[in-house]
Design a protein around this ligand. Structure first.
Ligand code: NZQ
Ligand code: ZN
Length: 394
């Protein structure tokens, strides 16, 4: 097993009626900025529950953080933060609200001229951040328990991820009942996102990490067993709670310790969102099967293991007759699963021309200096040429 360090400072408060815990968790004298999205929390009672729990505290509000949170929107908060002396951010919503709030927490402390500079790599991330916490309403990103954030900029059609240990939420409240009102599409996107996060820390090449592999396989199996039920029975508490905990566990930094990772699907997926506006989960359903076929020789041993342990296909050792067939079948099963959830796996289903997207996106990676020798993936061998092939095949 590879060397690693592990630390996750976020406290998770999980279960029914836990929003009331805000009264104990938010510092008494904090000047709070409550951030939220397009209004779902006002329709489903989450906003009222949050306000009730924060009664008596100084609370300011900023709504309108959109899916794939925009830099242009988030920086609008900087004036109110300065004017009111805000020292605590409470994000209430899905991954986009959480990510936007993480960016705000850093941007408010940034000394340079334009906070975009630390998103696009022109400047270092700030060395301070405003404290933040979250009430999660959409299980998918793991943002409630990690230090990642992804921000889009409209004017340049760019979408960049960032990481800073300063923006781990102090705590996150996960009440599965808040997810009852999710539209089917968002539940399905969240399941695909969780599935792909798990895969990107699992589907590489064999290395000795039996516990981490079983953790990953247990998340995948849970999603396959419960995914469709989560969509069809939106108010099934048990299913909602299992899906919510799966999403957190898939990207809180635990399952990746000591194992190789391949974040190519996310890398290409972000560009599909930036150029064509696809939902995050949709991009992943499109890209991952294409990546696996493109990198089949390097990934087939792990694909066959996944096929056997998660889909119950025949166990075959590398080199044994039928091994490659199991690996091929595992890719097909995955595509079928995404389609079964209602998330199409081909670009044409989203009205995107695959050849055009392949050209545009591979050029962008080329301009950023990516090559087949110094590229994405666990072997660093996915460059513009491979990215073009992957997208052309979708
Ligand atoms: O904006 P509102 O009105 O709240 O509606 C949202 C939004 O329209 C709605 N929604 C959320 N909770 C709801 C609800 N509707 C009804 N009932 C509820 N309980 O769902 C829509 C989508 O929300 P969004 O937050 O955009 O979805 P998600 O959580 O999938 O977040 C996607 C963003 O997270 C980034 C993605 O790139 C994308 O920008 N990611 C963040 C990661 C991280 N921080 O670690 C990792 C991920 O790989 C991902 O890249
Ligand atoms: Zn994701």
């Amino acid at each position: 097993m590879r060397n690693f360090s592990y630390q996750n400072p976020t406290k998770i408060i999980f279960g029914k009626n836990t929003i009331s815990e805000l009264a104990n968790e938010v510092p008494q004298n904090a000047k709070v900025l409550l951030t939220y999205g397009g209004g779902s929390i006002k329709k489903n009672g989450v906003y009222d529950a949050v306000k009730k729990a924060l009664d008596g505290r100084a609370v300011f509000e900023f709504g309108g953080i959109e899916p794939n949170p925009r830099y242009e929107t988030c920086i609008k908060t900087l004036d109110i933060i300065k004017k009111e002396g805000i020292d605590f951010l409470l994000a209430v919503g899905g991954g986009s609200v959480l990510d936007g709030t993480k960016f705000i927490a850093l941007a408010a402390k940034y000394q340079g001229a334009d906070p975009w500079d630390f998103m696009c790599g022109k400047a270092n991330s700030p060395s301070e951040a405003i404290a933040l916490a979250s009430v999660l309403t959409l299980p998918a990103t793991g943002s409630e328990s990690n230090a990642n954030f992804v921000i889009s900029r409209d004017s340049t059609q760019e979408k960049f991820g960032g990481w800073s240990p300063l923006i781990y939420p102090k705590f996150s409240i996960l009440d599965p009942e808040t997810t009852y009102t999710l539209p089917e599409k968002q539940t399905a996107n969240g399941i695909v996102d969780t599935f792909v996060h798990t895969m990107e820390q699992y589907l590489t090449h064999p290395e000795y990490a039996p516990l981490q592999e079983r953790w990953a396989e247990s998340i995948l199996t849970t999603l396959i067993e419960l995914g469709r039920e989560g969509i069809e029975e939106p108010k099934n508490y048990d299913v909602r709670s299992a899906l919510m905990w799966s999403a957190t566990m898939a990207l809180n930094g635990l399952i990746s310790r000591g194992v190789p990772e391949d974040w190519t699907t996310h890398g290409i997926g972000h560009e599909l969102t930036a150029f064509y506006g696809l939902d995050h989960g949709q991009t992943l359903a499109v890209v991952m099967p294409g990546l696996w076929r493109n990198q089949f020789e390097k990934k087939k041993a792990k694909l066959a293991q996944y096929g056997h342990r998660v889909w119950g296909l025949l166990s075959k050792k590398p080199g044994q007759e039928g091994h490659d067939e199991v690996a091929v079948l595992a890719i097909e099963k995955t595509e079928e699963f995404f389609e079964f959830l209602g998330v199409p796996t081909k670009l044409s289903a989203y009205g995107v021309n695959a050849a055009e997207a392949a050209e545009k996106i591979s050029k962008r990676f080329e301009a950023r200096g990516l090559t087949s020798e110094k590229g994405l993936g666990e072997n660093g061998c996915i460059g513009p040429k491979e990215i073009k092939e992957i997208l052309e095949s979708r």
